[in-house]
Ligand binder design. Structure first.
Ligand code: SAM
Ligand code: SF4
Length: 329
């Protein structure tokens, strides 16, 4: 459907859990995490129902995320159920890759279209520091397994924070050696990210151009997101930048988000949205749920304003209190 600003909304990101097997410094606190009780998390049937209803509003692309989506038992079954809904064209996954190797065959059987794997560095020690507990080789095994399926689109996501320049170059080199898009995601001031240092697209591009020569803009659309791609001579894959803060793309935002507890979020920065779980569990009909979703989507905020220091009352919007692992990124 079209929102009040004329944007076509066709992409729904669903966080299936707030739990994770890693503790990335910019996403999750090390300890003291209050996990949602199971009964507060949407069941697979509820998620499937929301997906089915949302197709009637024009949603055709679904991303499963989290927390770590693969820690939720039975995720491939959910993926298959969503994939079989008439009107759903693509179901994709964002994962840290740790559990991917073991689940990939089943995910593929159920119709996985593409996977984004988050690996912030290819240096084992640094990976362990960023994730606080992760084993790089497990994530790489997941990535390797994904690359063995020629029909699966694979992207590698890296959030630049305190990695060294060599590590960014090494990360980009992965796209030289493999047919994979390597994307640098700018740190967003959400949750733990507020206290973390990031690196801008311009800084990274300068660094990469020094190492690999001039970058050529790559205009072809790769996937459903806002990444801007460039190509370097001799590379098999492209390098992407998702720069929500320094290069805002709200004018073309096509997405909405469903949190693990069933809150339909319209913009990453703001809390505005509706409590779909309450509605689903109150006996609302599909038509009523659809109408509530339609009204909420219509009011999707025009843009985020991460640099706006004003208080909520001055802005007239409540800022998001959830951390990224509770939203789905
Ligand atoms: N656990 C999965 C993963 O890491 O891919 C899925 C959930 S994670 C929240 C989704 C994406 O959000 C990851 O690529 C992660 O690096 C990114 N992310 C988390 N916190 C962020 C922040 N503050 N700014 C930018 N990206 C962030
Ligand atoms: Fe977990 Fe992904 Fe957050 Fe890292 S970024 S802590 S893997 S949810």
């Amino acid at each position: 459907m079209i929102d009040q600003y004329g944007r076509t909304i066709e992409y729904l990101r669903i966080s299936v859990t707030d739990r994770c097997n890693l503790r990335c410094v910019y996403c999750m606190p090390e300890e003291g995490i209050e996990q949602l009780p199971h009964e507060q998390i949407l069941t697979f049937d509820e998620i499937e129902r929301v997906c089915r209803i949302s197709t009637e509003l024009g949603i055709s692309k679904i991303k499963l995320t989290g927390g770590e989506p693969l820690v939720r038992k039975g995720l491939p079954d959910l993926l298959g159920k969503i994939k079989r809904i008439p009107g759903i064209e693509q179901v994709t996954l964002t994962t840290n890759g740790i559990l991917l190797k073991n689940q990939l065959a089943e995910l593929m059987r159920q119709g996985l279209d593409a996977v984004n794997i988050s690996i912030d560095t290819l240096d084992e020690t640094c990976y362990h520091t960023v994730t606080r507990c992760g084993e790089l080789n497990q994530a790489l095994e997941g990535l390797q397994a994904a690359l063995e399926y020629p029909n699966l689109r694979v992207k590698l996501n890296c959030v630049p924070t305190n990695q060294s320049e060599e590590e960014y170059i090494r990360m980009a080199e992965y796209a030289k050696e493999h047919p994979v898009e390597v994307r640098f995601i700018e740190m967003m001031p959400i949750g733990m990210g507020k206290a973390c240092q990031g690196k801008s697209r311009d800084e990274l591009l300068e660094l990469l151009e020094k190492a690999f020569g001039n970058a050529e803009p790559y205009e072809k659309h790769l996937g459903n997101g806002p990444a801007e791609y460039v190509s370097f001579s001799g590379f098999q894959g492209r390098i992407g930048f998702i720069s929500a803060v320094s290069h805002k793309f709200c004018d073309s935002c096509n997405r909405i988000r469903l949190t693990a507890e069933g809150y339909l979020k319209l913009c990453l920065q703001y809390e505005s949205g509706i409590d779909l779980r309450k509605l689903l569990r109150s006996g609302a009909t599909d038509e009523e749920v659809k109408e509530a979703m339609r009204q909420a989507i219509w009011k999707k905020p025009a843009c985020h304003n991460f640099s706006d220091e004003r208080r909520d009352e001055e802005v007239g919007q409540k800022k998001e209190h959830r951390a990224m692992y509770g939203i789905g990124g």
